[in-house]
Ligand binder design. Structure first.
Ligand SMILES: Nc1ncnc2c1ncn2[C@@H]1O[C@H](COP(=O)(O)OP(=O)(O)O)[C@@H](O)[C@H]1O
Ligand SMILES: [Mg+2]
Length: 253
């Protein structure tokens, strides 16, 4: 039996009679990079908002590691290890790269302020922050002011601040959006790297990225799952082609 980290059962979200997410059954396998794709308005971001408890579902269930988290609060699911990146601009532009990651670590530690009394603790914190920067290849830019970083590097920093929260499941909503070719390649490689020992659920429009790094793909259309499988499987599914191209054979309408 597959080791499922996240499961949704008939997950549904209605906004004043409009069904944005409609009876969605998702099953994300531990260790996978799982993509959620679909045309604009398909309900991808709403799904993410339901998973992080930013929104409450109208009906249905969410299970994380077999545990029902449908009624959990946002802070609870974050503590359990479901962390979303690129949700808000999670970095402070006027601080250095190292300071930003340190803030992420301090957030994780929460209210244990006694920790801050010892100089030695602060050194340990810096060592951990540098290790995280190393994971995203930013250790050589630790003392740079964040505002001065190129766009792709800022996204790498956002991933480092997310890693500081010790995610078991990372949710990435359009991580390569608005990026040039070079940054897309860099951030894609980075996602693949940080996926080691973690699980990633990502919304992505760039099919090169999806085919390059995603183990499994769920296609949403009008709030419902249209198809699911490997890239090879979903990309030749006539219904998927129709959803994207408007005609079953992919020819211009
Ligand atoms: N808070 C809201 N109130 C009303 N309608 C919403 C709200 N959020 C999203 N929607 C609608 O739900 C649908 C799905 O939106 P969304 O999840 O953002 O799609 P996607 O991320 O796939 O582009 C869209 O038609 C959108 O207009
Ligand atoms: Mg969206």
């Amino acid at each position: 039996m597959a080791d499922v980290i996240l499961e949704t059962k008939r997950l549904t979200k209605e906004f004043k009679g409009f069904t944005a997410v409609n009876n969605v059954d998702l099953s994300v396998q531990r260790g996978h990079i799982h993509a959620l794709i679909g045309p604009n308005g398909a309900g991808k971001t709403t799904c993410f908002n339901l998973l992080t408890k930013f929104l409450g579902p109208s009906s249905g269930q969410i299970l994380f590691n077999g545990r029902d988290i449908t009624r959990a609060r946002p802070a609870q699911v974050a503590r359990m290890g479901i962390i979303r990146s690129f949700q808000i601009s999670a970095v402070f532009p006027h601080l250095t790269v190292l300071q930003n990651v340190r803030i992420g670590l301090q957030r994780q530690l929460g209210t244990s302020f006694h920790f801050w009394r010892s100089e030695r603790s602060l050194q340990q914190l810096d060592a951990r922050a540098m290790a995280l920067l190393g994971e995203v290849d930013l250790d050589n830019l630790a003392d740079s002011v964040t505002a001065d970083l190129p766009y792709g590097r800022k996204r790498a920093l956002e991933i480092a601040t997310t890693l500081a929260m010790e995610p078991e499941l990372m949710l990435l909503d359009e991580p390569t959006q608005g990026m040039g070719h070079e940054d897309v390649g860099r951030v894609t490689a980075l996602i693949k790297k940080v996926a080691q020992g973690r699980t990633i659920l990502m919304v992505e429009h760039n099919m090169n990225v999806v085919s390059g790094i995603c183990d499994r793909i769920s296609v949403l259309q009008r709030g419902a799952v249209l198809a699911e499988g490997s890239y090879a499987e979903v990309s030749k599914n006539p219904q998927v082609i129709e959803a994207y191209m408007g005609t079953p054979d992919g020819a211009p309408a």
